[in-house]
Write a protein that binds this ligand. Structure first.
Ligand SMILES: O=C(O)CCC(=O)C(=O)O
Length: 258
């Protein structure tokens, strides 16, 4: 798969005019993408806080859960907590460095792109990789084992997306033509906030804090019925606190479309 397939995945169900270059991934990139195994340790299945009119009320929190998300309302939160999982510290710092090093060998040859044709991502460069060194292969296998049930056909290529400090991803749903029910991603380098919003009613939203070295697993309704985006620096506020954005690299695996 080359750059053209990534873009097509990203083309929005809504914005139909996808060029046949570089973007199958992001199916619905709307202007204005899990089956989760619960047995993994250190997994913080989003414990959420409603944020209505800046009155925070704690919901579904237990001592072992961190408030990794905030939401507009309970309905949105219910859907997302069932279909979106964050596993903190899925990889250690050494593994992070190793993934970065290998991704960087290719990324450094690319320029960050702005004003992209589909207006979907701002300030990014990306690639898809099938060959990884043995250390990183083992990490990716752990990712796949955590996200996909045994036997689920998966896309062989791993998507590497490098967002600059001022980069951001607009709301979209990954194309159902090019991507199956589950999207899983390792976040490297910088924290960021992923916002999921109900496609039919964007007032229903959930913000999820993605910390470096964490893994998210998005599936089902969160993948199909909610758009996802990575908030830009100016909007990167979580529970009233600024989450500084810096360069962020995500390493994503997906399953094949059904
Ligand atoms: O960077 C991420 O974690 C999400 C990327 C994304 O939304 C996409 O490639 O469609």
């Amino acid at each position: 798969m080359n750059t053209s397939t990534i873009l097509l995945r990203r083309c929005s169900r809504i914005s139909v005019n996808c060029l046949w270059t570089f973007s199958k991934l992001r199916g619905v990139r709307k202007s204005n993408i899990t089956s989760s195994r619960t047995t993994l340790q250190n997994s913080a299945t989003v414990g959420c806080m409603h944020n209505v009119g800046r009155q925070f009320s704690s919901v579904a929190e237990t001592d072992s859960r961190l408030p990794l998300c905030e939401s507009s309302d309970k309905d949105a939160e219910d859907v997302v907590t069932k279909n979106f999982k964050v596993i903190k510290n899925f990889i250690n710092e050494e593994e992070e460095k190793s993934m970065l090093k290998e991704a960087e060998t290719y990324l450094k040859r690319l320029r960050y792109e702005y004003d992209h044709w589909d207006n979907a991502i701002h300030g990014y460069r990306e690639t898809e990789k099938s060959r990884w060194n043995d250390t990183n292969k083992a990490v990716l296998q752990r990712v796949r084992d955590a996200a996909f049930e045994p036997g689920v056909p998966q896309l062989v290529l791993v998507h590497v997306l490098d967002l600059a400090k001022d980069g951001y991803i607009k709301p979209h749903v990954d194309s159902v033509k090019f991507c199956g029910s589950t999207v899983t991603g390792l976040s490297l380098l910088s924290s960021s906030i992923m916002r999921l919003a109900n496609e039919k009613d964007p007032k229903q939203w959930v913000n999820i804090l993605l910390e470096p070295r964490s893994l998210y697993i998005m599936t089902g309704q969160a993948r199909y019925d909610f758009t996802h985006e990575i908030l830009k620096q100016e909007e990167s506020i979580f529970h009233g606190k600024v989450i500084p954005r810096d360069r962020r690299i995500s390493i994503m695996c997906r399953n094949e479309p059904t």
